[in-house]
Design a protein around this ligand. Structure first.
Ligand SMILES: C[S@@+](CC[C@H](N)C(=O)[O-])C[C@H]1O[C@@H](n2cnc3c(N)ncnc32)[C@H](O)[C@@H]1O
Length: 258
């Protein structure tokens, strides 16, 4: 387990920071990163299995595209397009499950999915890795881009990789962190001479309750009611489930229209 260090982000040019500590890192570590992330998370697999045949959606930050072939019990019944900023990871995702997959290079912050699509969103995509103010440390402007359609939106966000399951009464403080990501030498011969290289990969660590607050805020900004479908409220979003699994907070949402 890599150690995680809190970081002070100097963001004179936030885009430059994000390019260096998120996008360039993923491009660089793509093969190693992919080899360590082959197992679908059960909640996302179950979500995809719950979708009716013919559903179309997007996996934001698809990485190596491990969700693209799902649901495994009904291959081909759900069409998931993989979107990512890392061209090297997309090259891998393109062949996920050893079949040609639909992938697209893009930035999740541009909201590049069509109304009605279901959305899978995982890890640090639920926030922007850029501090709200140039001189603020460990303080991140967080946005949750809700799905545009009436379907289901599943953001997953990392809490702390080594954090114990939070107690309901204790609220931990989130913040900006860098996780050293080791890249093993790609060829065996190199291993003799080359020590593995360590990259600092930026993460936002979510505090308990933070994700649900963000979802509620984002829904409010979009003029959506949060809760069960109600007559008199034209549009809303319902929290189907939320919780904590494998050191990650998650929330599953469904848009509704009355
Ligand atoms: C922690 S990985 C998760 C990968 C994959 N979803 C999985 O479960 O293995 C985050 C992914 O998001 C991508 N990413 C980060 N910021 C992005 C952005 N602004 N737009 C699109 N993709 C982004 C990264 O390149 C990386 O593939």
């Amino acid at each position: 387990m890599p150690t995680v260090k809190a970081t002070t982000v100097s963001a004179d040019d936030p885009q430059t920071y994000e390019d260096a500590h998120v996008h360039a890192v993923y491009d660089e570590i793509a093969p190693h990163f992919s080899s360590t992330r082959y197992k679908p998370w059960p909640i996302i697999a179950a979500f995809l299995s719950s979708l009716p045949a013919g559903s179309v959606g997007v996996d934001l930050g698809t990485g190596n595209g491990k969700y693209l072939p799902l649901p495994s019990e009904r291959p081909g019944s759900v069409w998931t397009v993989g979107l990512d900023r890392s061209r090297n990871l997309l090259q891998i995702a393109k062949q996920a499950g050893e079949r040609e997959r639909e992938v697209v290079w893009g930035d999740v912050l541009d909201g590049p999915w069509r109304p009605g699509a279901f959305v899978i969103e995982q890890d640090e995509l639920s926030k922007r890795s850029i501090p709200a103010g140039a001189d603020e440390s460990c303080d991140t402007e967080v946005r949750v881009p809700l799905g545009k359609g009436q379907d289901v939106f599943v953001p997953w966000v990392l809490a702390h990789p080594a954090a114990p399951k939070p107690k309901a009464s204790r609220r931990s403080k989130g913040g900006s962190q860098q996780i050293p990501e080791e890249k093993a030498p790609e060829r065996k011969e190199e291993a003799v001479q080359a020590a593995s290289k360590v990259f600092d990969r930026y993460y936002h660590m979510f505090a308990q309750g933070e994700l649900n607050e963000l979802v509620t805020e984002a829904a409010g900004e979009m003029g959506l009611q949060v809760g069960e479908p109600k007559s008199g409220s034209a549009y809303g979003v319902q929290i189907i489930q939320d919780g904590w699994e494998r050191s990650n907070y998650f929330v599953e949402l469904r848009r509704w229209k009355q």
